[in-house]
Design a protein around this ligand. Sequence first.
Ligand SMILES: Nc1nc2c(ncn2[C@@H]2O[C@H](COP(=O)(O)OP(=O)(O)O)[C@@H](O)[C@H]2O)c(=O)[nH]1
Ligand SMILES: [Mg+2]
Length: 213
Amino acid sequence: METINKKNSTLKNKKNLFSNQCRFIKGVASVEGLENSIIPEVAFLGRSNVGKSSLLNAITKRAKLAHTSKTPGRTQELNFFSFGEEKPILTIVDMPGYGFAKASKSKIAEWTELSKFYLSNRSNLRRVFLLIDSRHDIKVSDEEIMSMLDNCAVSYQIVLTKIDKIKDRNKKILEIQDSIKKYIAVHPEILSTSSHKDLGLGDLRNEISTMVD
Ligand SMILES: Nc1nc2c(ncn2[C@@H]2O[C@H](COP(=O)(O)OP(=O)(O)O)[C@@H](O)[C@H]2O)c(=O)[nH]1
Ligand SMILES: [Mg+2]
């Protein structure tokens, strides 16, 4: 009985995942700051300015949960957000952006050390959502990341952002599909979203909900 009740309460939580409690836990700026966790986790990853923080705010309908910025390269920490009513059932990690042209060598080295360590050592990481700005093609820095994720066998899914800015979404999806063929750990379905125009957010929420036990 106890277990059934527990299961029911988790199911209820899961259904309302994004309308119920969510809170910022902490920002982690170094490998030493990372603590192990057994709570299912997903991460938002992508180039600086791709719209990671905006997307997190949009799917949670909390405009100020994650800091967004017009200036690229601002989020330098892994930011942990916890979801669930009585107990946490999911963590979403807003990752620092890569591929910022003006970043110094030392900043890039910092990013690489922390993010690579996180991505390759996180046993509770269920999926990485790799965000691509729909106005751009997949860049060399995105390809490097996909190869790295393939190498450490982390499952990842492409999420196009800012689709309010493009005319032909289907064409874009086909182009991206074509350019990711050679990657192994990538999820076959590409999601397309607009945080500003509330497009595709339900599909992304559903996908994330399937990561919860
Ligand atoms: N047109 C449009 N702009 C967006 C969208 N999402 C984010 N942006 C803009 O892109 C910029 C970077 O967003 P941010 O979420 O801070 O990107 P991050 O660096 O990846 O976290 C900001 O100026 C946002 O207003 C979107 O869906 N549509
Ligand atoms: Mg950000």
